[in-house]
Design a protein around this ligand. Sequence first.
Ligand code: GDP
Length: 204
Amino acid sequence: MSPPLQLQFVCSAPTASALPPTCSEVATIGRSNVGKSSLINAVCNRKDLAHVSKSPGRTQLLNLFAAGGGGTLVDLPGYGFAAVSKRTRSTWPEMITGYLTTRVNLTMVLLLVDGEIGPTSLDLGALDWLRANRLPFSVVATKHDKVKASRRQRRKAEVAAGCDLSPADVHWVSATKGTGIEGLRGRIRGWLDTPQRAASPEPG
Ligand code: GDP
């Protein structure tokens, strides 16, 4: 049994350079409305924690939460309908790319994909970008409860195939029903305890 994560809101910032240091960090990213705030609330067993990220003036900022033990979670702004160009699939706001490419001790990027509708072109652009930049990422599908039980297995396979992953690599959750939340908590705990980039041996 994995108890709720104890996250505390620390600060919002427009750039990674304005954030305090961390020993290990998990970032959450996804299209607006994918269910990111609901998921953060669910892993913490809180009703309102992530709404702090949605308060006026904060939706377009990096929102940092402390997990205790020095680990942190950063909730990135939801990418909107125009944030990633469909044609190039690469134009993310500098705030997001700057954060992702400079944040020391970023151990995992959780990319949320709506499990009911599958990966959109914006999500695929995000995946391409994460792969091209060799960042550690994990795909979390949301809204498990919105897909009929009889269709779930196929949908999971479709989401995975759309993301060029195997079904075992997609963690499907429901913030509403709690499905998969405990397992995800355990993984997040592991990433928060595991400084990765800092520990990577330098080549040569
Ligand atoms: P965000 O913009 O990514 O932070 O998305 P929200 O967490 O605000 O969720 C967007 C909408 O999806 C809201 O109406 C939520 O109630 C709904 N939602 C989020 N997660 C779930 C889920 O697991 N199941 C269902 N049925 N609805 C969800």
